[in-house]
Design a protein around this ligand. Sequence first.
Ligand SMILES: Cc1cc2nc3c(=O)[nH]c(=O)nc-3n(C[C@H](O)[C@H](O)[C@H](O)COP(=O)(O)O)c2cc1C
Length: 278
Amino acid sequence: MATAPPSLRTRFTELVGCTVPVQLAGMGWVSGVDLSAAVSQAGGLGMVAFPMATPEALTGLLEDVRRRTTRPVGINFLLPLLQDHACIDIAAERMSVVEFLWATPSPRLVARVQAGGALAAWQVGSVEEAREAAYAGCDFVVVQGVEAGGHVRGSRALLPLLGEVVEHVDIPVVAAGGIATARSVAAVLAAGADGARIGTRFIATTETLLAGAAVPVPASSPFCPTRTTTGQVDAMPLYAGEAVGAVTRIEPAADVIRELATGAVALLNRALSGPDPD
Ligand SMILES: Cc1cc2nc3c(=O)[nH]c(=O)nc-3n(C[C@H](O)[C@H](O)[C@H](O)COP(=O)(O)O)c2cc1C
């Protein structure tokens, strides 16, 4: 039987109630029920993203998630694609975390999430936006560097941006962009992050959802180009971040979580204990 990943307690794990400070990035048409439940079952925070789902469809999908795991799971809303704000209330009643991307942090939306019983988070790309998220009342903030895959809000390298954000906000900070290995998880934790958010690495898991149907792609859609996509392909989101070189195989999400947590603990311990004696 597979061993459980080591527990790595941070402000993020304490707040959210998970045991490994790794958040699956909400990725439209990629992070579905299977992948999110697998990450949460393995100790991380699974995140679903169902852009453009109707309130009825979303209710069914989230109830499916809740049947798969009793552990914390969150949901991501890419705000330009959110058609019906009733989805926020449906999500807040069923998910542990409701997070947003691609709009100025809104105290009204944050309060709406918290009134439904969920934690509210915002993915941001600058120090100013991180401060706005904290001011809006978010429970935690995700800071995204330019190394990220998908819709990239950040225009700066993650480490210097993260260093500034942790100096300016008191809420837990999750780092995103170019993190795919235990080394990079350890690096952002050592740099002051409370958690690591990972997208690209989790695309290469056995539980990922990959869109295969023939569908029109609206502006701002997170649909990834495939070999058969036609049209203005360069206007679509980047489908992998800078850490893609570290993704060398497809494996179960729980194995990824275990490798990242075990490796990060070993690296952090080694960094603290100094060079090996001769
Ligand atoms: C294929 C793909 C789709 C994405 N879709 C979304 C999305 O719908 N909403 C969102 O907030 N972020 C989205 N992102 C960005 C992630 O939240 C996160 O910032 C990013 O994956 C982190 O960088 P990494 O890919 O290097 O791990 C997406 C990323 C990828 C790779």
